[in-house]
Write a protein that binds this ligand. Structure first.
Ligand code: NAD
Length: 254
């Protein structure tokens, strides 16, 4: 079988980069998107160093809030590599903590644009290609905040509830066309997105309180989420679609 190709939005850091490292090491060509070229170029060098069996690594400077740019990016991947086997819709922001009354409407609009519309645009053009080629696997990044109410994280959590909805409904729409569409729901993972909370600048959130939310009483590592994503992308999950896989140190079992 010729080289498989994966697209990972926001793939130059955190969980996305951990997925890219694993896929490239398994011989999958990976295309990372993101807004910052310097961060993207550094990630490409790191990932290329572990790539096997001729897997290629590309960075595309792209903002998932821009529908035309997302369309061009996905068309560009198909033009260069002729296929899109896997997609991880990972790009997201979490730009504040607090109650709804404390939140800023502009911050919420920005989260809706990135976390919901960005996933919607990406899925739209990924699915179109996957339907054309008759196969494909998509994993979206939801969150424990997409399955539960989380105090002081309501606006962000609402965008992740939307990701769960997009995942499940699209999985049904394309279940007979060779597509599998799933999500992961991570607990708190040690990456840039929660760095501000970990520093303890918000009295409601700090390393100890965030750890204590999880029965394992710790944060997760990006690689622990990447393992779950890579399984969902693989043929080992061939009868799994419309599923939201918890990677949360037991949070959802409470
Ligand atoms: N870290 C956690 O605790 C946690 C928990 C649950 C879910 N998640 C989700 O996991 C995913 C990855 O987050 P992470 O923890 O690796 O943090 P991260 O900040 O390292 O990764 C997010 C990436 O998305 C990129 N991005 C943001 N806006 C973008 C845009 N408009 N266009 C393109 N790229 C953009 C960022 O630059 C970054 O590279 C996110 O969807 C996040 O919501 C994270």
């Amino acid at each position: 079988m010729s080289q498989q190709v994966a697209l990972i939005t926001g793939g130059a850091t955190g969980i996305g980069k951990a997925v890219a490292l694993k896929l490239a090491a398994r011989g999958v060509t990976v295309v990372l998107s993101g807004r910052r070229r310097n961060v993207g170029d550094a990630a490409v060098a790191e990932i290329a160093a572990v790539a096997r069996n001729g897997a290629q690594v590309r960075f595309v400077q792209n903002d998932v809030t821009q529908e035309d740019a997302v369309k061009s990016m996905i068309e560009g991947v198909v033009a260069e590599f002729g296929r899109l086997d896997m997609a991880v819709n990972n790009a997201a922001i979490s730009n504040e903590t607090g109650t709804l009354l404390q939140s800023s409407s502009q911050n919420y609009r920005d989260m809706v644009a990135t976390n919901i519309l960005g996933v919607y645009y990406s899925m739209k053009f990924e699915i179109a290609q996957m339907v054309r080629q008759g196969h494909g696997a998509i994993v979206n990044l939801a969150s424990i905040a997409g399955l539960n109410g989380i105090a002081y994280a309501g606006p962000y959590g609402s965008t992740k509830h939307a990701v769960v909805g997009l995942t499940k409904s699209s999985a049904l729409d394309h279940a007979t066309q060779g597509l599998r569409i799933n999500a992961v729901a991570p607990g708190a993972i040690r990456t840039d997105i929660i760095a501000a909370q970990l520093s303890g600048s918000d009295e409601n959130y700090n390393e100890a309180s965030i750890s204590a939310m999880h029965p394992m009483n710790r944060l997760g590592q990006p690689e622990e989420v990447a393992n779950a994503i890579c399984w969902l992308l693989s043929d080992e999950a061939s009868f799994v679609t419309g599923h939201v896989l918890n990677v949360d140190g037991g949070f959802q079992a409470k």
